[in-house]
Ligand binder design. Structure first.
Ligand code: 8YV
Length: 320
């Protein structure tokens, strides 16, 4: 019997011709319900946003690889995987450009008030009912990047066409990016106090959870805009809502939320000062295909007895 590969319904967009590259060596099942359906028999799992922890792994005795469909793996307990000799892989690099493109779409979408302009054109322009929703120029603004890793550096690269000053805060110094793009490294406090646009590109870890809260919003400029395409829980949403209502900052452009899908009752959704998208910064035809190819290649390597090429950093030296 061929080993069983499960594709979580949470991944969406895994084209059948991509998963089909496994068909000579595995039986591939696209799950419709939750992950637990066939998990007792599965050798490999293509994981969406579901929590993979010790409790889950205890139900998966044959599992050898949990392949995340994405770069972030905060939903995967890597220590628990390592303890059970389960490889944890992800899909770095292939989505950085797409997420950076979308980050800029959010920045410009907010600065030029795209959602309101769109609604205005459809409903009010011809009747000259209301005033045009004026936006703000990029020229002269400070773009602050929190986390200058794979995605943050792609956002920086795309900033070069705009007349903006760029700065970053990161635990790691990035001298080659500083030299190449003239970006300045600053401490977190300076980033908060100086940025006109503050864009977040850190992974979700115990250290980054809630790192943008009431105290941080209190330090930001009243004209500042917060952009997030990383993980929702990096921002304390309740504090953000208060900061926006109290006009401590001008606005926010968000692709990610504390809870996803974000509930319709989320008070953030009632604010005109917020532009939102449904956690889809990597959701282009090209990028989702590349993500699928990368995840499937990780599974294929495992099934063929090779080391998966994209192990998460904590497992880089693992040999099971
Ligand atoms: C995807 C992401 O939306 O790469 C990530 O970590 O959050 C996104 O690219 C998600 O992984 C799809 O499951």
């Amino acid at each position: 019997m061929k080993p069983l590969v499960l594709i979580s319904s949470g991944t969406l967009n895994v084209p059948e011709d991509v998963s089909g590259t496994l068909k000579d060596i595995a039986e591939v099942v696209y799950l419709k319900g939750d992950l637990e359906e066939h998990i007792a028999e599965a050798s490999a799992l293509l994981v969406g946003g579901e929590r993979i922890d010790a409790e889950f792994l205890a139900k998966a005795p044959k599992l050898g690889v949990a392949a995340r469909f994405g770069v972030g793996y905060d939903n995967v307990d890597v220590e628990a995987c390592t303890a059970r000799k389960v490889y944890a892989t992800h899909t770095p690099d292939v989505l950085s450009g797409s997420v950076a493109d979308h980050t800029w779409a959010l920045i410009l979408g907010f600065m030029r008030r795209m959602p309101e302009a769109d609604a205005y054109t459809r409903t009010a322009w011809a009747k000259r009912e209301r005033r045009l929703p004026f936006g703000w120029d990029m020229e002269g603004k400070v773009l602050g990047i929190l986390g200058l890793g794979r995605i943050g550096s792609e956002v920086l690269k795309r900033s070069q066409g705009f007349d903006v000053e760029t700065m970053y805060h990161d635990l790691v110094e990035k001298p080659s990016l500083e030299e190449r793009y003239g970006v300045k490294r600053v401490d977190f406090d300076t980033l908060l106090r100086t940025s006109d646009i503050l864009t977040v590109h850190v992974p979700l870890t115990p250290l980054t959870r809630g790192m943008m809260g009431a105290e941080e919003f209190g330090k930001m400029k009243p004209s500042a805009v917060l952009v997030n395409t990383s993980r929702g829980p990096v921002i304390d949403e309740k504090a953000l809502t208060e900061a926006l209502k109290g006009k401590q900052i001008r606005g926010a452009a968000l692709d990610v939320f504390e809870k996803e899908p974000t509930p319709l009752e989320n008070p953030l959704l009632e604010l005109d000062s917020v532009v939102v998208t449904p956690h889809f910064a990597s959701a282009t035809w090209e990028t989702r295909r590349k993500m699928a190819e990368t995840a499937v290649a990780n599974i294929k390597a495992y099934l063929e007895g090779r080391r998966p090429p994209n192990l998460v950093p904590e497992q880089r030296d693992a040999e099971f």
